[in-house]
Design a protein around this ligand. Sequence first.
Ligand code: S3P
Length: 178
Amino acid sequence: MKSSIILLGYMGCGKTKIGRKLSKKIGIKFYDLDQEIELFYSKSIKQIFDEIGEMKFRELEQKILIKILNKNEFYILSLGGGTPCYFNNMELISNKTKNTFYLNLDSKVLANRLFSRKTKRPLISSIANEKEMLSFVNKHLFERNHFYNKASYIIKSSKKDVSKTCDSILTILEDNSF
Ligand code: S3P
């Protein structure tokens, strides 16, 4: 193991699930940035958004990101969907490790998945129907892909293949003797 592994991508793309699975397979520690923020501030992401608004949330998010990046250990880190798109976060991430993976899912799959899991996610919680969700996701991805595409590797995956996605990542890591 030469460096840490960082997973990024849009809300609902499976960063946490895949990170957890990879961590079990490789046997290294797993961090989920959203969970670390919630633990540090003893508040849910929704509460933080409600109390201080998105821009202040982004500042807290960067603070916890830097705390994790500075850890003197190897780990797998799943970011929040917006993390790579604010401040110089993507630069900080890329300076830390070349093992950065963008989990790229079709917007229709994302919109469908997110509609049933929107309550905890303040940016999408008030979206009324799946059609509206799809147009929101498409527009948002158009803005965010520029940042996501700075990851070293882009893993295209479909709905149910958490295992396949993990295998693709592991193959890349092994080929590069990470
Ligand atoms: C956000 C994604 C969320 C969380 C917050 C904002 C975003 O994380 O950080 O609700 O801006 O895309 P997940 O991608 O884990 O849902």
